[in-house]
Design a protein. Structure first.
Length: 381
């Protein structure tokens, strides 16, 4: 029985590695012909790192990334609103979050996949159910393949999802985000710390991802589908964040303008089901979340882990149903909380009250919530 995975992003590659470890037959199809220098940065929290340790790639991730020992939400001048040292998390799990460039992570995962099991330049077009119970998968170049099970890991704009659940809807948060990687060294106090600066309906976050590189993001309220004019992006961001700490200016100026990525922040309106017959969605294809809790990639990685372990080798319907039953409560909770957090960060009125509320949350409660989110079940093998 063979699984065909559509998409060689973090979720698709991790699923391939998890299937590889469990001896499940699979193949991966990716629309891009090369996977180089994609995206900006990502924070891998301990739930993701436990899976990546199980898949024997954690050591390489530690080498290529940067350990985060403190997470701070602050005012624009860097004065803390909420501060979370990660000592207790490190004691509990053996590590805290690791910040890394997405391209580095993707390359580490890709290098672990046998070359004969991945097909680049194969953009998914459609699928068709065959009389023998299998699926015919068709690609943009006119080619096709047959498979027993189809896994949609093709992201928030999933073409697999659009055919499987044509009424599924994306939800615009009202916010737009610019992301970049600055080639810069800052004061040592920033080396192992995530900062997110909350201003008046505007915010900026950053952390070191490797030697000489800092990942940053800038979020503002905006209307969707707008475009930036070339040559004006840096100055636009510098103007918007002119009253923020000088480190923000340094990060923006140290980023090549053509490497700054603009995206509207969307999530996926919650689906009641992630699967139908012998087709299943994972990661952003099935439950895209806004990035406010840093869990989008982590939840795709968790999906890979649980899907491989809940594979029963008897009927696809049983394994996909077990997978959804196991994963959906946690994922839906994260999607909801991330949406609420994003809205709160951009309150038009009551920023002072918002800051006071964040300050008043006991550290024990914050720690408890983190540990709950980072827990995964441990399976043998």
């Amino acid at each position: 029985m063979k699984y065909s995975i559509i998409g060689a992003g973090i979720g698709g590659l991790t699923t391939g590695l998890a299937f590889e470890k469990k001896g499940i037959d699979y193949q991966i199809f990716e629309r891009f012909s090369e996977l180089n220098n994609l995206g900006a940065g990502i924070w891998l929290s301990p739930n993701a790192l436990q899976v990546l340790e199980y898949l024997d790639v954690l050591d390489e991730i530690k080498e290529k990334g940067n350990l985060i020992k403190r997470i701070t939400i602050s005012k624009p001048d860097l004065s803390p609103i909420s501060d979370s040292p990660q000592d207790a998390i490190i004691e509990k799990f053996g590590y805290a979050s690791i910040a890394i460039h997405r391209a580095e992570l993707q390359k580490l995962l890709l290098d672990k996949i046998p070359t004969e099991k991945i097909y680049l330049g194969k953009g998914f077009d459609s699928y068709k159910h065959l009389n023998n119970g299998r699926i015919s998968v068709h690609f943009g170049d006119g080619s096709a393949t047959e498979t027993d099970y189809l896994i949609g890991a093709d992201g928030i704009n999933s073409k697999v999802r659009k055919q499987l659940f044509p009424n599924s809807q994306l939800r615009y948060s009202g916010q737009t985000c610019w992301r970049g990687v600055a080639h810069i060294e800052l004061d040592k106090s920033f080396d192992h710390r995530v900062y997110e600066l909350w201003g008046n309906q505007i915010r900026f976050g950053f952390s070191k991802i490797s030697k000489g590189k800092f990942y940053w993001f800038a979020v503002v309220l905006d209307t969707p589908n707008k475009k930036d004019r070339k040559g004006e992006i840096q100055q636009k961001l510098l103007t918007m964040f002119s009253d923020f700490h000088s480190v923000v200016k340094e990060l923006i100026q140290a980023t090549p303008e053509d490497k700054i990525i603009r995206n509207d922040i969307n999530d996926l309106k919650t689906l009641s089901k992630w699967h139908k017959n012998n087709i299943c969605l994972i990661g952003d294809a099935g439950h895209a979340t806004t990035p406010n809790m840093g869990q989008g990639g982590a939840q795709a990685i968790e999906d890979a882990y649980y899907l491989s372990h809940l594979h029963q080798g008897v009927t696809h319907q049983n394994s996909f149903e077990s997978f959804q039953k196991k994963r959906q409560p946690k994922v839906n909770s994260i999607v909801k909380q991330s949406w609420v957090t994003g809205k709160m960060a951009h309150w038009k009125y009551g920023a002072g009250l918002r800051n006071q509320l964040l300050k008043s949350v006991p550290k024990k409660i914050v720690l408890k919530k983190m540990i709950e989110m980072y827990q995964i079940d441990k399976y043998g093998g």
